[in-house]
Ligand binder design. Structure first.
Ligand code: PLP
Length: 377
């Protein structure tokens, strides 16, 4: 039986809310379901202001506009991340200073962050890889000392915490993703979180194509017009309706995913103890939101062999993230140092099947198949 890498999970309420939104007579953005979703996040996680976006990439683009990026400003981004973490700032003219990953996990190494800061640095973009927090106290202290802004790329980190504080609530701004590969989905979708009140008014304007339409809808002004830059960043009510059905079931989804994650961890512990691979390391300050289960192989050859062996047994495991500083688009512009830890994860990390409807027996089969592979190396 084939085990896919991902399978989008439907809670059952999506079609009901979709129907409701479609027949409500209001299907463009910023309606009832958009408000319900935004309030869900504001109430549950204490985010100051939430704006739904059409993707996390769009939310990051809004963040780049809010940070007022100018040609030549430097933005520090880990090299081991998805393209959008860097691209959103590159579009505004930023030069990206790529940070290396830590030895323990793929997050940017906060210990080696300070030496990347120059007089041109404007923003740090910590990415909470696999939903596991970066060392935010260290990052925020540096940001304060050097007057920098922090934009959390929280695409993978819904419902995860740093020393008890929700991820996405710590930086000045944060961006979440509801792409169908994430824990909570709407096909494509995202969220901009504004924690620094100075940015709230402008965020709403950028969200509404550079107009003050949000203020007009609230009755604060008697007409609205073009007041700033922006774009059409808000999703339709149809997307928000789908998303709300997912949010209502957040705890159920998270509990199930964590159970599956723990089963992988227990099952694969023996391989780690024998030194054949590394399991995810979650620092004491972080929680696990079971966004992904990955293992780190010893080298590229063993990883390629593992992915091939699993595929022969009809199990789909994948690698991802080629180092961004070596990407076709950025390599000629990159002036920084070698990033060996990042390259190591790019060569050696494998993601195993992880989705709500994955069954415990299927996890056991993946674990047994991996043992077959490593014990016959
Ligand atoms: C998924 C992801 C994104 C992009 O999210 P979209 O909603 O697809 O735009 C950005 N950054 C990281 C770290 C991601 O995992």
């Amino acid at each position: 039986m084939h085990i896919p890498f991902n399978k989008p999970f439907l809670t059952g309420k999506e079609a009901h809310y979709l129907y409701q939104s479609v027949y409500s007579g209001k299907i463009s953005g910023n309606g009832m379901f958009t408000k319900k979703c935004q309030e869900f996040f504001e109430n549950k996680y204490g985010f100051k202001k939430c704006l739904l976006a059409t993707s996390c990439t769009d939310a990051l683009e809004m963040a780049a506009l809010l940070c007022n990026i100018r040609e030549g400003d430097e933005v520090i981004v880990p090299s081991y991340t998805f393209v959008s973490s860097a691209l959103a700032f590159v579009r505004e003219g930023a030069k990206i200073v790529f940070a290396d990953s830590g030895k323990d996990n793929p997050n940017l190494d906060a210990e080696r962050l300070e030496k990347l800061i120059t007089s041109r640095t404007k923003v740090i973009v910590p990415v909470h890889y696999a939903g596991v927090a970066c060392d935010m106290d260290k990052i925020m202290a540096l940001a304060e000392r050097y007057h920098l802004l922090v934009v959390e790329d929280s695409a993978q980190s819904i419902d995860s915490y740093y020393k008890g504080r929700p991820l996405g609530s710590i930086g000045h701004l944060a961006a979440f993703s509801f792409h169908e590969t994430k824990n909570i989905i709407s096909g494509e979708g995202g969220l901009l979180v504004v924690n620094d009140e100075r940015f709230i008014r402008r965020a709403e304007i950028i969200w509404e194509k550079g107009t003050n339409r949000s203020e007009f809808f609230r009755g604060e002004v008697n007409k609205y017009g073009w007041v700033d830059t922006g774009s059409s960043f808000l999703p339709s009510e149809i997307i928000a309706a789908f998303l709300f059905a997912q949010l209502e079931n957040l705890d159920m989804i998270q509990n199930k995913r964590k159970k599956l994650w723990n089963r992988y961890y227990k099952g694969l512990k023996e391989l780690e103890e024998k030194g054949m691979l590394r399991l995810p390391m979650i620092p004491a300050y972080a929680t696990n939101n079971a966004h992904m289960f990955y293992v780190v192989c010893r080298n590229l050859a063993e990883r390629s062999g593992l992915i091939r062996f699993l595929k022969e047994q009809d199990i789909l495991a994948v690698f991802h993230y080629l180092s961004l500083h070596k990407s076709a688009y950025y390599t000629s512009k990159y002036e920084g140092e070698e990033l060996p830890e990042c390259d190591h994860y790019a060569d050696c990390l494998v993601r195993l099947p992880m989705f709500y409807e994955l069954e415990e027996e299927q996890i056991d089969r993946v674990v047994e198949t991996m043992k077959d592979y490593f014990f016959t190396l």
